[in-house]
Design a protein around this ligand. Structure first.
Ligand code: ADP
Length: 793
């Protein structure tokens, strides 16, 4: 609603434009006027009735606004007080009187003068207005709590609510608004609407304040964190300074460690040199940790730690017997070896020894050769026990890289010493019994030849100064008791083999296995499964079934595993209260171990033409094998099948040539071979077979097939044959004979030169077999194909 001002007030009033800091009716504020036009206007007003019209500039950046630049609605105000500033500006306390609209601009210069009309608000007072007033005052308080700065005078005015209208203008003064928003509030004549806008504005402000506070809390947190970090960094600096001292301590400790390690002089010098390098290095230098690791290696090695070196042969014998059944010859060889070692040591003691002096003698290194599970490792352990030394075993199987033996150079990232030095460190003494397992499985490739490095480690001529690439200094291995093991000798390089004293572990007979199981393995496994001998028993018959039907091996590893399986199951039954104790009888075995794994390998039921039982040696021990020969019409071809190796193929050729050269004796025609094909097959076809020792068996089978005369099925044979029919010595006799015995063979044909090998064979086996020692093929045929008896004789 608009009212025209009364006639007295229709007068012309000077105008002061303001860029900001609008005042509202009922409000009082201190304004500063610096522009000349404004100063003139105020002075003029002071000369009149002290009233001015305050109009807001639409654009505050305009310095000398024209009338179009000013809003039309402003406030009629009273200049209450003025103070002239130093630069001539006027500080004036202004009080807003009424809201007015300019009806006419009288002049623009030297100051604006206008005629105005009064604008009266539409005022309503209802609950809504009341609620809004309440809400706004609450929000104002909240804003103040959130850090809003409100002039004390305004605050008092707000709190002493005179009227909602007055309140709304006071609020308009303190709200944080853009000038244009203030102008809009001023122009709003409807009180309710103005209050509504103010509610909106104050809510917005509170929200912003809240966000700000949140942000500032975070910033504060960040700030605190930053402070904390700075503090910690400072602390770290102090710690580092302390650490400087600590590092010294570390260096000192390391120096002591080096001294304590009692290294040879040159090694100690090297260690101290490295330590010096380390002490000059920043601890953050990655190389520092490499040097530390290196020094740890150097100081941890047992340069001067050794087990007492006494050999008591009687004691050693006792221990070897305690730990192992049988192996009589092997134990004797070992005891002899130990005796010689002791004797040498005594002699050596009498001569003055210079450090690193080469030993005059050349002791050999023991090499245990035999199939798996025959006790090679456990004899090694017994030797260590007998000598009171540490035992270390490393496996060389599959090693192809020289660095595995001799270490990587330190320039390699993650370099470490080789396995020999690692083993020595693990042993903690410089004279352990050191077993190098599977020396026959060391390979070689582009990365160097590990066996050369191995030779250097083993060779007593060189190993007093074994050089590991990582260590860069020599280690004396001459006191180490090296034992090597292998399954076969063929793949060991000659240079290495030369240094080895081979002791063969031939594998066990069924009876030996039975005794080993009864006296050792069962006890061991009872202990391993926390069972007492009363809780788990295996009858002798059941044990024999396990040996015969669940294992086929030269050693006793599988047997030990099967016994372990039995005990595991019994242990479970005891825990589940199914049994208090269990004695495994023959019928229980399949219940616990499942159906029989192996059928007994036995000889043919009838004498047959063209089939001969040969005796073979395998890595798992002895076995029998059948040689089958078929003759058919053809053109003189010899076909060989059954995965035969070159040597065995040549044996077949030799056998055929031998027969062809003696055609008359065998009653064959002159050119019998021209119209025939001969096929030699050795089952099982998938298993590779090789070696010359099947020579006589192949020949016998061929003769039988060609002459159509059956071969005695209970005869087993082994022996190499020459073109003239001579029978040569072969190896693996013990294993072969044991296998023959197991298979039910009655007569064994052996080369005469192998007679000596019977010594090793248990008496109970010998007593069941008849041996025929032969020098010539004719003798073989006489036994195997009896119908030849007369002819050859
Ligand atoms: P290898 O090293 O020859 O492969 P192990 O030394 O590992 O064989 O022997 C396998 C298991 O058989 C070991 O538990 C070992 O004690 C046991 N064993 C082998 N031979 C005998 C034996 N003659 N007397 C007692 N236990 C034996």
């Amino acid at each position: 609603m608009v009212f025209l001002l009364g006639s007295s007030e229709q007068s012309i009033i000077p105008v002061v434009p303001v860029r900001e800091g609008m005042i509202f009716p009922f409000t009082e504020n201190l304004l500063v006027f610096g522009r000349q036009k404004s100063i003139t206007a105020i002075n003029e007003a002071l000369n009149r009735d002290k009233k001015i019209v305050i109009l807001m500039q639409k654009n505050p950046s305009i310095n000398d606004p024209r009338k179009e630049d000013l809003y039309q609605i402003g406030v009629l105000a009273l200049i209450e007080k003025t103070v002239i500033g130093e630069k001539g500006e006027i500080n004036a306390l202004i009080k807003g009187l009424e809201k007015v609209r300019v009806t006419e601009f009288i002049k623009e210069s030297p100051f604006f003068e206008v005629k105005v009309e009064k604008i009266v608000d539409e005022i309503s007072s209802d609950e809504e207005v009341e609620a809004m007033v309440k809400h706004i005052s609450m929000q104002i308080k909240k804003a103040i709590n959130l850090g809003k700065a409100v002039d004390f005078v305004f605050l008092m005015n707000i709190l002493n609510i005179v009227s909602p209208q007055n309140f709304s203008y006071q609020i308009a003064m303190v709200l944080d608004l853009k000038e244009s928003e203030k102008q809009k509030l001023l122009e709003e004549t409807n009180l309710k609407k103005r209050l509504m806008k103010e509610v909106e504005y104050i809510n917005r402000e509170v929200k912003i304040l809240e966000i700000e506070q949140n942000i500032s809390a975070k910033t504060q947190k960040k700030f605190e964190q930053g402070m904390k970090e700075t503090f910690l960094k400072e602390k770290m600096k102090t710690i580092e300074e302390e650490l400087g001292g600590g590092e010294d301590r570390e260096i000192k400790e390391m120096t002591n460690k080096i001294k304590k390690a009692k290294m040879p002089k040159d090694v100690e010098e090297k260690a101290l040199k490295e330590l010096k390098r380390l002490s000059k290095m920043s601890q953050f230098n990655p190389e520092a940790s490499y040097i530390k690791t290196y020094l740890d290696w150097l100081t941890d090695l047992p340069w001067s730690v050794s087990s007492p070196n006494n050999v008591d042969i009687k004691q050693a014998e006792k221990i070897l017997n305690e730990d192992h059944f049988g192996l009589k010859k092997i134990k004797e060889r070992i005891l002899e070896y130990l005796a010689v070692m002791e004797l040498r040591k005594r002699k050596e003691k009498n001569q003055e020894k210079k450090p690193n002096q080469k030993k005059e003698y050349q002791p050999t290194i023991l090499c245990f050769v035999g199939p798996p599970g025959v006790g090679k490792t456990s004899i090694g352990k017994s030797i260590a026990r007998a000598l009171n030394r540490k035992f270390i075993k490393i496996s060389l199987g599959g090693i192809r890289d020289e660095a595995e033996i001799r270490g990587h150079r330190r320039t390699y990232v993650g370099a470490l010493p080789g396995r020999i030095i690692q083993g020595i460190k693990q042993a903690g003494t410089n004279n352990p019994v050191f077993m190098l397992d599977e020396i026959d499985k060391v390979g070689r490739d582009y990365r160097g030849d590990p066996s050369a490095a191995l030779l250097e480690a083993l060779d007593p001529e060189q190993n007093h100064a074994f050089s590991d690439h990582y260590l860069e200094v020599n280690f004396d291995l001459s006191n180490v008791f090296f034992i090597t093991t292998a399954n076969i000798l063929d793949t060991i390089p000659d240079a290495l083999l030369d240094r080895l004293e081979v002791i063969r572990f031939p594998g066990y007979t069924e009876d030996e296995k039975f005794n080993i199981a009864k006296n050792y393995l069962i006890k061991k496994q009872l202990l391993a499964h926390s069972l007492s001998p009363n809780e788990a028993r295996i009858t002798d018959e059941a044990l024999k079934i396990i040996i015969r039907r669940y294992t086929r091996e030269a050693g006793v590893r599988e047997l030990e595993r099967q016994i372990a399986t039995l005990f595991r199951k019994i242990a479970r039954e005891i825990i589940e209260n199914k049994n208090k104790s269990k004695t495994i009888g023959v019928s229980d075995v399949p219940k616990y171990l499942g159906p029989y794994i192996y059928s007994a390998q036995i000889i043919e039921e009838k004498d047959k033409i063209g089939i001969v039982t040969g005796l073979a040696w395998t890595q798992a021990g002895g076995d029998i094998l059948f040689i089958e020969v078929a003759v058919m019409p053809g053109k003189g071809h010899l076909t060989l099948t059954g995965h035969l190796g070159d040597v065995m193929k040549e044996s077949c050729q030799a056998a055929l040539s031998y027969i062809r050269s003696r055609w008359q004796i065998f009653g064959l025609k002159t050119n019998f071979f021209n119209n025939l094909d001969i096929h030699v097959h050795v089952p099982e076809g998938a298993v590779p077979k090789d070696g010359p020792s099947a020579g006589i068996a192949i020949t016998t089978a061929m003769v039988s097939a060609l002459t159509k005369k059956p071969v005695r099925r209970e005869v087993g044979m082994t022996g190499e044959i020459t073109l003239r029919g001579r029978v040569l010595e072969i190896g693996g006799v013990k294993e072969k004979i044991i296998a023959a015995h197991r298979a039910g063979i009655k007569t064994v044909i052996l080369p005469a030169d192998n007679k000596k090998d019977l010594e090793d064979i248990p008496k109970y086996v010998l007593k069941d077999l008849r041996f025929v020692f032969v020098k010539h093929m004719d003798e073989v045929l006489k036994v195997a194909i009896p119908t030849f008896l007369k002819k050859i004789a």
